[in-house]
Design a protein around this ligand. Structure first.
Ligand SMILES: [Zn+2]
Length: 102
């Protein structure tokens, strides 16, 4: 996401900018490529809802849903399951008494 910016066009603004840049002029470095904090999983059945007792792929683990009565979902063992568990824990923690409400 790019922050909206007012154009810096006045001479004073440009002097200030140049001072900030220690005298450097020109265009800045390109913004870093947008990278996700958590890389997306490429396993297609990862995150699919649990409908039967059988995992859609070998080794997939079922992780409970966040809300009471929410459907469980299948995740890859390890990282994906860990992230899903943490997410469920965070959601349920915030909805319990004493949790923050926003
Ligand atoms: Zn996965």
């Amino acid at each position: 996401m790019t922050r909206p910016r007012l154009p810096e066009t006045s001479a004073a603004q440009q002097r200030a900018r140049q001072a900030w840049n220690r005298g450097l002029t020109g265009t800045g470095r390109p913004a870093r490529a947008k990278t996700a904090a958590i890389e997306e999983c490429t396993v297609e059945v990862c995150g699919s809802p649990v409908t039967t007792g059988h995992p859609p792929a070998a080794g997939m683990v079922a992780v409970r849903g966040a809300a009471e009565g929410a459907a469980a979902h299948w995740y890859c063992p390890g990282r994906c399951a860990g992230i899903a568990r943490a997410r469920a824990d965070l959601r349920s923690a915030s909805s319990q008494a004493g949790g923050e409400q926003r």
